[in-house]
Design a protein around this ligand. Structure first.
Ligand code: SF4
Length: 207
């Protein structure tokens, strides 16, 4: 018989992978005080691990007081981004800006069905995995290309390019249409790859 102590975790969402200094300082303070591990997740969020159940409300409250938002069922997914044009010599677009526009558009959304991942890259090299995400946005010299239906996992897939040369507003409008399509054709959770051949899917391959 083991004496394992039940513990839980708390994931702080970090839009565009940016870590505000106040949250970094608070996470450090909490990790020291409660002897927690800090894990930087593959979706670029900050996870505190090893939290005792009874400490969770206080830890959550202290971070929330600084404006932290937390991962949880139904939350709109924070796009994964690469560093983009400001800090990469290959970059031609700014993923942080596109991420902010998308999150602003969806900020009032109450519930988003799961298994929907969004990634944005500042060029076609796709370092953030835009080609292998449910919705992928890739900057090019002519604007943004949009991919749908990529995924990782045991059967990885490259997404289908459905739109080319979009401007920023065009990206947001297309993402909104895809999110609504996913919502309307999904019971609880589903990858986009399962929907791209649906007879009502609104886009064909863009060559
Ligand atoms: S996708 Fe392009 S812009 Fe983004 S980090 Fe990779 S090389 Fe740089």
């Amino acid at each position: 018989m083991t004496n394992a102590i039940a513990s839980t975790r708390l994931t702080v969402l970090l839009p565009a992978g940016r870590l505000p200094l106040a949250i970094m300082a608070k996470a450090y303070e909490l990790a020291k005080k409660y002897q927690l591990e800090i894990y930087l997740s593959t979706l670029q969020n900050l996870r505190l691990m090893g939290i005792r159940e009874e400490d969770l409300p206080v830890i959550r409250g202290e971070l929330a007081a600084l404006g932290a938002q937390f991962k949880g069922p139904g939350r709109f997914p924070v796009p994964r981004v690469c560093i983009g044009v400001r800090d990469c010599t290959m970059g031609v677009g700014d993923p942080e800006r596109i991420s902010a526009l998308i999150l602003d558009h969806f900020k009032g959304r109450e519930k988003t069905k799961q298994k929907l991942k969004i990634a944005i890259s500042g060029c076609t090299l796709s370092c953030s995995g835009a080609a292998t995400s449910d919705i992928g946005i890739m900057a090019t010299r002519k604007g943004f290309d949009l991919y749908v239906g990529g995924k990782g996992g045991p059967s990885p897939r490259v997404g289908r390019r459905i739109l080319r040369d979009l401007d920023e507003q065009g990206v947001v409008a297309a993402v909104a249409e895809l999110v609504e399509f996913h919502d309307a054709h999904t019971e609880s959770k589903q990858r986009m790859v399962k929907l791209i051949n649906h007879p009502e899917f609104p886009y064909k391959e863009a060559v």
